[in-house]
Every structure is written in structure tokens, then in C-alpha cells.
Design a protein. Sequence first.
Length: 575
Amino acid sequence: MSVEQASVEDLPAPALPSAAQDWWRVLYNHNPFYVISALLTLYGLHVSFADGLDPTQGWLLMRLLAGYTLLLAAAAILIVRFGKVWEDARTLVLLVALLMIAMSASFDRVCLDDSRVGARFLLAGFIFSIALCELIIRGLNVPLPWTYRGPCYAAMAILFAYPPYLGHLSLDDQEQKMAWLVLALPTLLAATALMLIPAVRQRGTELRRHGAPWPWPWYPMSWFVILAVGGVLRAFSLGISFEKEKGFSSGLQLYAFIPLALAATLLWVEGSHRRNPWRSAIGVGLPIAMLFFALPGYHASDAQSFYRMLLQSTVGSPLQLAGWLIAIYFVYLWLRRVAGAEGGLLATLAVLSWAGPGTVSLDTLAPLQLLPATAVGLLLLGRGLWLNSSFRLALFVAYAMLGVSILLHDAPFTFANGYLPWHFFVLTFLCLGLIYRDEFAKWIAETSPGFLVFSALAALFLNRVLFPAATPADNALLALLLSAIAACYWRRQRHTANLVALAVCLVSSTTSALEQLLLRSDALMLLKGKRWLALGVGCFAAGLLISLIKGGQVQRLLAWLKSFDDRQENVDHGS
């Protein structure tokens, strides 16, 4: 063994990374101390000024908040200018946004005591925040077009302007107007979020062209996420600070934040690629799920009941307001040709068809509302005829028959528990396979023998239980109409299954007709087995039909029908 080999073997094995090294790596890469510092600072300021604020203490609080926020901004600029530490700088910039929201929420007590003094504090805070934002943009030398800055400053202006105006209303005892403004805050923030639509449609193209240090949408949408979360918390806190009961429960419930959630969903849809499979799934499914949050129920605090009753007595229930807002959202998505928007609109209008001013839970659904119900029907009918869509027309017939059954539940049309509406839908559904040629109509045509056999047997047996008031004559006429449809399918497809379906329908019609004849005889009416007698005659007819098939008579009839079809085709070709 050489000296070099011995020296290599004597070297100690490399030490495995210890837990301390792993923790150090996490702390080094993510550096959570800025966040911890901000939280401790905010808590310290809260403890220091929790007893109240006079003008002197107010300006002290403003200087401390502004000074610490300026310190974070300066640190972000310095570590980028001299070290290019962009990840830590991003954390600092987001903390600056958080502190700006905290600044707007720090003078509620002052605004309740003297709205003019509070307005001075908040105006100074707003000017400082805008100036600091511009300083950060220029200090970091990052691109941020006005399509982003404008909505950001608008949201900040709302957050800073709300407390002094609410304080003014509170001092003037305008409690109802103050409640309306608290309810409107999430909607106003949603309006500022919609101002981002032109920017998010570009999906960061302009930012990349100007050399943005962070990828889109993390930059700059993370800032707006902080603003949105802060806005939600701010709305809840305003519902406590400026609530007439002066309690510790906010008057706002989840339905108040549906506009803001809807705006965020719309921004996600606009910013997603058209081929993203989640684009339509989230863009359509999430707003429909929001409708459940528009049912606050009756179990609420006094403040929450006051806000809910304020809405119900003036503009409508939360479900009505959210439903129409979501319907407008789906109309916009439909115009933008987002997949599933039409279905979302129909589902929303269908929910609105049962929503009234008093609807706050599933137990308080309203009677059928004509305006949204009519809109659903017209939309299905119009789109079905325009696109030659048998599926939409089938939905229209089903929806129309359901609506007619509800509105005319005591009319002759809905006798026997809806015998006519239900079977009108069944007959129309089967006819769609004859009239149209789209995929759904082809599926109806392929499965028509099974549908026809089941419907004929149901007319013979099940209708006695489901619709006991219907007479055998009604069932006989129904089976006869089914026979006509079966004959049309057989004439087109010439499948054995269609012929079997035709035979079953004819047997059902004959049996029901014979039963009706038996009922007309006073003597035969007393027989307990009259239905079985009629069925026996019907089976005899079926047996006779089979014998005719064996004897070739049916084949001759089929040949004659085929020759008729051939002559018709020759006439068509000749013309």
C-alpha cells in the first residue's frame, strides 16, 4: 500500500448535516425575522396605545408607525442595491403593505371622538403611504405600470378615507347610513380589484419586458393579495368599531364578501391561460359555491341581524343580491367565451327562481319567481333553436313542464299528479331523436328502443300506482303515441330492436284500450281480474303478431314498406 493510499484511507468520513445545520439553512433561505419583527412591533404599539389616543399620542403613534415602515422600505432598497437579495426584499415590501393597512386601522377611536382630528391623522398616513410606494418603486428600480398602481392607490384611498367619514356619521347619529357604508366596503374594494383586468390580461408581458426581478403573478399580485386580506379584516373590524350596539361581534357575515371573492375569481380567470383546464372549473364552480354563503340563516347576533334586515327591507335578501351579481359575472364570462359560463348562468338563474326577500336559509325558499324562471326558459329555448341543440331543448321542456306544474298545480293540465306534463316531456324527449342530428339526439335515437319499451310497460303497470287518477283510456292513448314514435324510429333505422319496441307499445295500447272497454260494462266492472283479462287479450294479440311473422305476412309487409321507401328515394333522386 502506498503512502498516498494510506493517507486517503485515514481521512475521516464527511459529517452528516445536523439538525442545527438544517434549521440554519431554513432560516438563511427564508429569513423569517423580518416578519417576527413586524408582528412584535405591531403588538408593542397596540399595548402602548390601547388605552386611547389624544392628539399628542396620535401623532406619536403616527411617527412610530411611519418610522418603522420607512425603516423596512429603506432596508429593502439597501439590500437590493448593495446585495441583490431580492427574496428578502420581497418580504420587506409585503410587510410595508401590511403596515400601511395597520396605519389606516389605528385611529378608529380618534375618529369616533373627533372625526376631523382622525381625518388629519389618516390624510397624513395616506400621503405618506403613497410617497413611500413611489420611493420603493424608484429605489428598487422595478417596473410597475399605472395599470397596477392606480388600483392599488384607489384601494388604499378607500381604506384611509372610511374611518373619518364613518366617525362623522356616528357623531351625527346616522346609524343606518353608517351601516350601509360598512356593508359597501367589500364591494368598493371589489370595484378597485376589477380595475386590474387590463393588467392581468397581459399576464406580466410588460413587466418581463422591463426586467421585473420577480415572476408574474407573484409580482406584483402578492401585494394585492395582502391588500385584499387586509381589506377583509378591516371590514370586519369596522363592523365592530362603528357598530351601534358597541359590542364585540361584527355585523358583517360571509355574504358581504362575495363581491370581493367574485372579483378575485374573475382576475384569476382573466390571468389564466385559455388552455388551463382549471380556468373554467374554478371560474364557474367557485361562484356557484358562493351562493351557499349567501344563506346566513336566522341564528346570528343582534348586529348581524340588523345588517341582514337592513338589506331585506330595502333591496332584497343576500341570496338575491349575490345571485344577480353572479349572473352578471357569468354573462361577462360568456361574452369572453369561457367554457361552462352558459351552464353557470343557467344554474344561477335557477337558484334565483326560488329566492325571495325573505330567503335566508333552505327552509325559507320563496315561491317560483317569474323573472328569473322565464329567463332560464327563454335562454334554453333560444340557444337550443339557434344551435340546433337537442340537449338544451330537452332541458327547456323539462324546466317548462316543471314550472307549469308548479304554477298551475290545480289546473286540468296537471291532473292526476302531473300526468300530462310528465308524459309530454317523455314524448318530446323521444321526438328530439327524430328531429335533430347532434350527438345528444343520436344518443336518444340509439337508446330509443329501451326508452320506448320501458315507457310502454310503465303506461301499462306503473302508471296505476304513480297516477291512480288516470284512466286506462289515457294510458292507451299514451301507448298509441309511443307506438307512432317507435314506428318512425323503425322506418328510419330498420333495426329489430325498433320493431320489438313497436310491438310492445302496440300491446300496451291494446291492453289499456280493452281494459277501458271492460270498465264500461257494468257486469264486467265487478270482476276483480279485469286487468288481467285485458292483459291476456293483449298477449293474445302479441301471439297473433308472432304467428303472422312466422307465416311471412309481416315480412311481406316489410318488403312492401321497403319498396315504398325505394320508390320515394327514386323520386327524390329524380327530382
